[in-house]
Design a protein around this ligand. Structure first.
Ligand SMILES: *[C@@H]1O[C@H](CO)[C@@H](O)[C@H](O)[C@H]1NC(C)=O
Ligand SMILES: *[C@@H]1O[C@H](CO)[C@@H](O)[C@H](O)[C@H]1NC(C)=O
Ligand SMILES: *[C@@H]1O[C@H](CO)[C@@H](O)[C@H](O)[C@H]1NC(C)=O
Length: 250
């Protein structure tokens, strides 16, 4: 009798386990958002995407797989922590100095001269301009939400929104995001795509450092040279900066 009962309980437990598994599969199929973690919608990118040529300036490839995420630390419920992350975004390294040879080879338009080497000119890398804009828009929203005065002018903010629109349309990203039937109508969450690696762009900009630091962003009257005296260790311009500003600078 007792063995039959044990068998009965075993069968019941097995059935229950199967039901749970089935439920889990159904839930994942429906794409119902149970957590903000990437789900199993891992898909390899097509071969055509893999053969995309390297980016023309820093030579970046789409060699980095990142899933779309619904919530990241930049949009989490912990607004204070999120705001800190946004404010910590720095565009300093995105202001680079390129030699006249690079400018000619890459067919770039002329640009303002670099103060510490007459053969070089100063450029702002597009990705960093976009980040600068996004940071400004975010700051404006936070100020609005908290009833504070706007620290950036309205034309600056609308310029930034439009700059991002132009960039989105220029890139014409054709990645199809999977869709779900769930109420939230979430798309793409956890779906992998091939990205360029921001760290590699950062490394490239650092190789072309212009010693720039965006100190006192709101001060339009600041002598521009003041922002070009922050040379990283080993920079070929450190001596020039010291000659100009004196030894106290570094
Ligand atoms: C993705 O590609 C890898 C090898 O490149 C392969 O092993 C894997 O099965 C592929 N995954 C899918 C979901 O197609
Ligand atoms: C916003 O600016 C106005 C005018 O400059 C000033 O009177 C007011 O105190 C400021 N408000 C806040 C919250 O800083
Ligand atoms: C930034 O510039 C403004 C305007 O010139 C000035 O009032 C302010 O003191 C400066 N802030 C710092 C930290 O130097």
């Amino acid at each position: 009798m007792s063995r039959r009962r044990n068998l009965f309980i075993f069968v019941l437990l097995t059935l229950s386990l199967c039901c749970n598994l089935l439920l889990a599969i159904i839930v994942s199929r429906l794409g119902i958002k149970t957590t903000s973690e990437p789900s199993q919608h891992v898909c390899n990118t097509s071969s055509s995407e893999q053969s995309e040529p390297k980016s023309p300036y820093a030579g970046l490839e789409r060699d980095y797989k990142i899933p779309f995420s619904w919530i990241t630390d930049y949009s989490s419920g912990n607004e204070e922590a999120a705001n800190e992350l946004w404010e910590a975004i720095s565009i300093d390294t995105g202001i680079i100095a390129l030699s006249s040879e690079e400018i000619t080879t890459k067919d770039l338009p002329q640009s303002q001269p670099f103060p510490w080497d007459t053969d070089m000119s100063i450029y702002l890398v597009e990705g960093y301009h976009n980040l600068h804009c996004l940071k400004n828009i975010h700051r404006s929203l936070v100020e609005f939400r908290n009833g504070l005065n706007q620290s950036r002018s309205w034309p600056h903010i609308t310029h930034c929104v439009d700059a991002l629109r132009q960039d989105i349309m220029c890139n014409a990203d054709d990645t199809p995001r999977y869709s779900t039937q769930s109420k939230g109508k979430a798309t793409g969450i956890g779906q992998y795509r091939r990205c360029r690696n921001w760290a590699k762009l950062e490394a490239w900009t650092k190789q072309h450092s212009s010693c720039f630091k965006f100190i006192n962003e709101t001060d339009d009257d600041l002598n521009n040279l003041e922002r070009f005296k922050y040379c990283p260790p080993g920079s070929p311009y450190t001596e020039k900066v010291k000659q100009y500003f004196g030894d106290l600078v570094q």
